[in-house]
Design a protein around this ligand. Sequence first.
Ligand SMILES: [Zn+2]
Length: 325
Amino acid sequence: MKSVCIGIDLGGTFIKFCMLDQASRAGGVLQLPTPVDADGIVATMAAGAKQAIAATSLSREQVRGVGVGSPGPLDLDAGMVIDSPNIPGLRNFPLRDRVAEAIGLPVTLENDANAAAYGEFVCGAGRGTRDMVMLTLGTGVGGGIIHQGRIVHGAHGIGGELGHMIVQSIDGRPCGCGQRGCLEQYASAGSLARHAADRLRRETPAGVLRTAFEAGERIEAHDIHAAHIAGDAFATELWEELAYYLATGCISICRAFDPERIVLAGGMTRAGDDLLNPVRRHFEALHWRLTPIRTALAVASLGNDAGAVGAAGVAWRTARNENHP
Ligand SMILES: [Zn+2]
Protein backbone atom coordinates (compact mmCIF):
# COMPACT_ATOMS: atom_id res chain seq x y z
CA MET A 1 0.00 0.00 0.00
CA LYS A 2 1.24 3.44 -0.88
CA SER A 3 2.07 5.73 2.02
CA VAL A 4 3.28 9.32 2.09
CA CYS A 5 4.67 12.02 4.35
CA ILE A 6 3.67 15.65 4.00
CA GLY A 7 6.35 18.33 3.81
CA ILE A 8 5.62 21.95 4.74
CA ASP A 9 8.02 24.78 3.99
CA LEU A 10 7.35 27.97 5.92
CA GLY A 11 8.46 30.98 3.90
CA GLY A 12 8.01 34.69 4.55
CA THR A 13 5.50 35.03 1.67
CA PHE A 14 4.14 31.51 1.07
CA ILE A 15 3.72 28.26 2.94
CA LYS A 16 4.45 25.42 0.52
CA PHE A 17 3.18 21.85 0.80
CA CYS A 18 4.16 18.61 -0.92
CA MET A 19 3.81 14.84 -0.61
CA LEU A 20 6.69 12.37 -0.68
CA ASP A 21 5.93 8.66 -1.01
CA GLN A 22 7.95 5.74 0.39
CA ALA A 23 9.96 5.50 -2.86
CA SER A 24 10.95 9.20 -2.58
CA ARG A 25 8.64 10.34 -5.36
CA ALA A 26 7.45 13.89 -4.74
CA GLY A 27 4.18 15.42 -5.87
CA GLY A 28 1.05 17.31 -4.90
CA VAL A 29 2.79 20.65 -4.45
CA LEU A 30 0.57 23.53 -3.39
CA GLN A 31 1.15 26.88 -1.70
CA LEU A 32 -0.88 29.25 0.45
CA PRO A 33 -0.06 32.83 1.53
CA THR A 34 1.77 33.08 4.88
CA PRO A 35 -0.37 34.72 7.59
CA VAL A 36 1.35 37.28 9.81
CA ASP A 37 0.50 35.69 13.18
CA ALA A 38 1.48 32.35 14.71
CA ASP A 39 -2.10 31.05 15.14
CA GLY A 40 -2.84 31.88 11.51
CA ILE A 41 0.30 30.02 10.41
CA VAL A 42 -0.71 26.90 12.37
CA ALA A 43 -4.27 27.05 10.96
CA THR A 44 -2.94 27.48 7.39
CA MET A 45 -0.57 24.54 7.82
CA ALA A 46 -3.47 22.36 9.00
CA ALA A 47 -5.72 23.55 6.15
CA GLY A 48 -2.99 23.03 3.53
CA ALA A 49 -2.19 19.53 4.79
CA LYS A 50 -5.89 18.64 4.66
CA GLN A 51 -6.15 20.06 1.14
CA ALA A 52 -3.03 18.13 0.04
CA ILE A 53 -4.50 14.86 1.36
CA ALA A 54 -7.92 15.59 -0.19
CA ALA A 55 -6.29 16.14 -3.61
CA THR A 56 -5.09 12.52 -3.65
CA SER A 57 -6.93 9.20 -3.35
CA LEU A 58 -5.09 8.49 -0.11
CA SER A 59 -6.80 7.82 3.19
CA ARG A 60 -5.60 9.64 6.26
CA GLU A 61 -4.12 6.36 7.56
CA GLN A 62 -1.71 6.34 4.62
CA VAL A 63 -0.16 9.63 5.77
CA ARG A 64 2.72 8.66 8.06
CA GLY A 65 3.78 12.07 9.31
CA VAL A 66 4.49 15.72 8.64
CA GLY A 67 7.77 17.61 8.38
CA VAL A 68 7.96 21.37 8.82
CA GLY A 69 10.90 23.42 7.54
CA SER A 70 11.07 26.77 9.32
CA PRO A 71 13.38 29.75 9.36
CA GLY A 72 15.34 29.84 12.57
CA PRO A 73 17.16 29.73 14.86
CA LEU A 74 15.23 26.73 16.20
CA ASP A 75 15.43 24.52 19.25
CA LEU A 76 14.98 21.17 17.49
CA ASP A 77 14.73 19.08 20.67
CA ALA A 78 11.95 21.27 22.05
CA GLY A 79 10.35 21.81 18.61
CA MET A 80 10.48 25.57 19.14
CA VAL A 81 11.14 28.52 16.88
CA ILE A 82 13.49 30.69 18.98
CA ASP A 83 13.46 33.68 16.65
CA SER A 84 12.30 34.41 13.13
CA PRO A 85 13.28 37.85 11.81
CA ASN A 86 10.79 37.77 8.91
CA ILE A 87 7.85 36.38 10.94
CA PRO A 88 7.97 38.16 14.34
CA GLY A 89 4.89 36.30 15.68
CA LEU A 90 6.86 33.05 15.79
CA ARG A 91 9.35 34.18 18.41
CA ASN A 92 9.64 31.51 21.15
CA PHE A 93 6.77 29.58 19.58
CA PRO A 94 6.24 25.80 20.03
CA LEU A 95 5.59 25.28 16.30
CA ARG A 96 6.09 21.49 16.21
CA ASP A 97 3.56 20.64 18.94
CA ARG A 98 1.01 23.23 17.83
CA VAL A 99 1.04 21.93 14.24
CA ALA A 100 0.90 18.29 15.45
CA GLU A 101 -2.15 19.13 17.55
CA ALA A 102 -3.85 20.97 14.67
CA ILE A 103 -3.21 18.25 12.05
CA GLY A 104 -3.41 15.19 14.32
CA LEU A 105 -0.22 13.65 12.94
CA PRO A 106 3.35 13.46 14.29
CA VAL A 107 5.42 16.50 13.24
CA THR A 108 9.18 16.82 12.84
CA LEU A 109 10.72 20.30 12.78
CA GLU A 110 13.79 21.21 10.75
CA ASN A 111 15.68 24.36 9.82
CA ASP A 112 14.51 25.50 6.34
CA ALA A 113 17.99 25.60 4.73
CA ASN A 114 18.76 22.11 6.05
CA ALA A 115 15.38 20.89 4.79
CA ALA A 116 16.13 22.28 1.30
CA ALA A 117 19.52 20.52 1.28
CA TYR A 118 17.85 17.29 2.40
CA GLY A 119 15.26 17.67 -0.39
CA GLU A 120 17.99 17.88 -3.04
CA PHE A 121 19.69 14.92 -1.33
CA VAL A 122 16.56 12.74 -1.34
CA CYS A 123 15.28 13.45 -4.85
CA GLY A 124 17.21 16.28 -6.49
CA ALA A 125 20.78 17.08 -7.55
CA GLY A 126 22.26 15.18 -4.58
CA ARG A 127 20.38 11.94 -5.19
CA GLY A 128 22.59 8.86 -5.06
CA THR A 129 25.23 10.45 -2.81
CA ARG A 130 25.77 9.84 0.92
CA ASP A 131 27.76 13.03 1.54
CA MET A 132 26.50 16.25 0.03
CA VAL A 133 26.71 19.94 0.85
CA MET A 134 24.37 22.60 -0.48
CA LEU A 135 24.91 26.35 -0.73
CA THR A 136 21.81 28.44 -1.45
CA LEU A 137 22.73 31.76 -3.05
CA GLY A 138 19.93 34.22 -2.41
CA THR A 139 19.71 37.44 -0.40
CA GLY A 140 22.24 35.72 1.84
CA VAL A 141 23.95 32.34 1.54
CA GLY A 142 22.23 29.37 3.19
CA GLY A 143 23.95 26.09 3.87
CA GLY A 144 23.12 22.47 4.56
CA ILE A 145 25.43 19.54 5.18
CA ILE A 146 24.41 15.90 4.65
CA HIS A 147 26.94 13.48 6.12
CA GLN A 148 26.36 9.74 5.70
CA GLY A 149 22.74 10.45 4.83
CA ARG A 150 22.05 12.64 7.84
CA ILE A 151 21.74 16.38 8.29
CA VAL A 152 24.63 17.78 10.34
CA HIS A 153 23.18 19.88 13.18
CA GLY A 154 26.29 20.18 15.33
CA ALA A 155 26.42 20.17 19.10
CA HIS A 156 24.21 23.25 19.45
CA GLY A 157 21.91 22.95 16.43
CA ILE A 158 23.68 25.66 14.43
CA GLY A 159 25.94 23.52 12.24
CA GLY A 160 25.79 24.04 8.48
CA GLU A 161 25.68 27.85 8.56
CA LEU A 162 28.09 27.89 5.64
CA GLY A 163 27.21 31.41 4.53
CA HIS A 164 29.07 32.59 7.63
CA MET A 165 32.33 30.79 6.92
CA ILE A 166 34.98 33.50 6.86
CA VAL A 167 36.52 33.77 3.38
CA GLN A 168 38.20 37.18 3.80
CA SER A 169 39.86 37.54 7.18
CA ILE A 170 41.69 40.87 6.72
CA ASP A 171 39.47 43.90 6.00
CA GLY A 172 36.50 41.59 5.50
CA ARG A 173 33.13 43.15 4.77
CA PRO A 174 30.96 43.39 7.92
CA CYS A 175 28.14 40.83 8.10
CA GLY A 176 24.78 41.12 9.83
CA CYS A 177 25.82 38.19 12.03
CA GLY A 178 28.53 40.27 13.74
CA GLN A 179 31.49 38.66 11.99
CA ARG A 180 33.53 40.12 9.14
CA GLY A 181 34.39 38.55 5.80
CA CYS A 182 31.58 35.95 5.77
CA LEU A 183 30.98 34.08 2.49
CA GLU A 184 27.51 35.59 2.17
CA GLN A 185 29.05 39.07 1.96
CA TYR A 186 30.85 37.96 -1.22
CA ALA A 187 28.81 35.23 -2.88
CA SER A 188 25.12 36.10 -2.47
CA ALA A 189 22.88 37.90 -4.95
CA GLY A 190 22.36 40.56 -2.27
CA SER A 191 26.07 41.15 -1.69
CA LEU A 192 26.79 41.28 -5.43
CA ALA A 193 24.24 44.08 -5.92
CA ARG A 194 25.39 45.95 -2.78
CA HIS A 195 29.05 45.70 -3.70
CA ALA A 196 28.36 46.91 -7.25
CA ALA A 197 26.48 49.97 -5.92
CA ASP A 198 29.27 50.63 -3.40
CA ARG A 199 31.92 50.65 -6.10
CA LEU A 200 29.80 52.79 -8.43
CA ARG A 201 29.52 55.37 -5.65
CA ARG A 202 33.31 55.47 -5.19
CA GLU A 203 34.65 54.80 -8.69
CA THR A 204 33.76 55.62 -12.26
CA PRO A 205 34.02 52.37 -14.23
CA ALA A 206 32.76 52.74 -17.79
CA GLY A 207 29.88 50.59 -19.01
CA VAL A 208 26.18 49.85 -18.79
CA LEU A 209 26.10 49.51 -14.99
CA ARG A 210 27.48 53.00 -14.51
CA THR A 211 24.90 54.38 -16.99
CA ALA A 212 22.06 52.61 -15.14
CA PHE A 213 23.40 53.71 -11.76
CA GLU A 214 23.61 57.35 -12.83
CA ALA A 215 20.04 57.15 -14.15
CA GLY A 216 19.01 56.24 -10.59
CA GLU A 217 18.19 52.60 -11.42
CA ARG A 218 18.55 49.93 -8.80
CA ILE A 219 21.15 47.39 -9.90
CA GLU A 220 20.30 43.74 -9.13
CA ALA A 221 22.40 40.58 -9.42
CA HIS A 222 20.65 39.58 -12.67
CA ASP A 223 21.53 42.99 -14.21
CA ILE A 224 25.19 42.32 -13.41
CA HIS A 225 24.91 38.84 -14.93
CA ALA A 226 23.29 40.27 -18.09
CA ALA A 227 25.95 42.99 -18.41
CA HIS A 228 28.70 40.40 -17.89
CA ILE A 229 27.28 38.22 -20.69
CA ALA A 230 27.05 41.30 -22.93
CA GLY A 231 30.78 41.85 -22.44
CA ASP A 232 30.79 44.68 -19.89
CA ALA A 233 34.25 44.62 -18.27
CA PHE A 234 33.20 46.02 -14.89
CA ALA A 235 30.31 43.50 -14.64
CA THR A 236 32.70 40.68 -15.54
CA GLU A 237 35.10 41.79 -12.81
CA LEU A 238 32.26 41.66 -10.24
CA TRP A 239 30.99 38.30 -11.55
CA GLU A 240 34.49 36.75 -11.51
CA GLU A 241 35.08 37.99 -7.98
CA LEU A 242 31.87 36.32 -6.81
CA ALA A 243 32.88 33.07 -8.56
CA TYR A 244 36.32 33.26 -6.96
CA TYR A 245 34.97 33.62 -3.41
CA LEU A 246 32.39 30.92 -4.03
CA ALA A 247 35.16 28.59 -5.19
CA THR A 248 37.24 29.30 -2.06
CA GLY A 249 34.15 28.52 0.04
CA CYS A 250 33.70 25.23 -1.84
CA ILE A 251 37.34 24.30 -1.24
CA SER A 252 37.02 24.96 2.50
CA ILE A 253 33.89 22.76 2.45
CA CYS A 254 35.94 20.01 0.74
CA ARG A 255 38.69 20.23 3.34
CA ALA A 256 36.19 20.06 6.22
CA PHE A 257 33.69 17.49 4.88
CA ASP A 258 35.04 15.89 1.68
CA PRO A 259 31.54 15.64 0.11
CA GLU A 260 30.80 13.72 -3.10
CA ARG A 261 28.92 16.71 -4.43
CA ILE A 262 28.44 20.40 -3.65
CA VAL A 263 25.06 21.57 -4.90
CA LEU A 264 24.54 25.27 -5.64
CA ALA A 265 20.96 26.51 -5.32
CA GLY A 266 18.99 29.75 -5.18
CA GLY A 267 18.16 32.56 -7.60
CA MET A 268 21.80 33.10 -8.66
CA THR A 269 21.91 29.60 -10.18
CA ARG A 270 19.41 30.66 -12.86
CA ALA A 271 22.61 31.85 -14.55
CA GLY A 272 23.40 28.12 -15.02
CA ASP A 273 26.77 27.48 -16.70
CA ASP A 274 27.51 31.22 -16.68
CA LEU A 275 27.91 30.77 -12.92
CA LEU A 276 29.03 27.15 -12.70
CA ASN A 277 31.86 27.41 -15.27
CA PRO A 278 33.83 30.26 -13.63
CA VAL A 279 33.27 28.71 -10.17
CA ARG A 280 34.64 25.37 -11.49
CA ARG A 281 37.60 27.16 -13.12
CA HIS A 282 38.59 28.90 -9.87
CA PHE A 283 37.83 25.73 -7.87
CA GLU A 284 40.25 23.73 -10.04
CA ALA A 285 42.94 26.42 -9.96
CA LEU A 286 42.77 26.97 -6.19
CA HIS A 287 42.23 23.35 -5.07
CA TRP A 288 45.07 21.64 -3.24
CA ARG A 289 47.39 19.27 -5.15
CA LEU A 290 47.64 16.59 -2.46
CA THR A 291 44.80 14.52 -3.96
CA PRO A 292 42.88 14.81 -7.23
CA ILE A 293 39.60 16.74 -7.25
CA ARG A 294 36.83 14.25 -6.55
CA THR A 295 34.06 16.57 -5.37
CA ALA A 296 31.67 17.51 -8.17
CA LEU A 297 29.94 20.90 -8.34
CA ALA A 298 26.33 20.83 -9.53
CA VAL A 299 23.28 23.06 -9.76
CA ALA A 300 20.16 22.17 -7.72
CA SER A 301 17.22 20.67 -9.58
CA LEU A 302 14.16 21.11 -7.34
CA GLY A 303 14.00 24.91 -7.34
CA ASN A 304 11.66 26.38 -4.74
CA ASP A 305 10.16 22.96 -3.97
CA ALA A 306 13.34 21.68 -2.28
CA GLY A 307 12.34 22.90 1.19
CA ALA A 308 8.93 21.20 1.19
CA VAL A 309 10.32 17.98 -0.34
CA GLY A 310 13.11 17.91 2.24
CA ALA A 311 10.71 18.57 5.11
CA ALA A 312 8.72 15.52 3.94
CA GLY A 313 11.99 13.55 3.76
CA VAL A 314 12.74 14.52 7.35
CA ALA A 315 9.25 13.32 8.35
CA TRP A 316 9.98 9.98 6.65
CA ARG A 317 13.06 9.49 8.79
CA THR A 318 10.95 10.01 11.90
CA ALA A 319 8.20 7.72 10.55
CA ARG A 320 10.74 4.97 9.86
CA ASN A 321 11.89 5.35 13.42
CA GLU A 322 15.34 6.40 12.39
CA ASN A 323 16.99 9.08 14.41
CA HIS A 324 16.28 12.65 13.43
CA PRO A 325 18.33 13.14 10.23
ZN1 LIG B 1 28.12 36.34 8.81
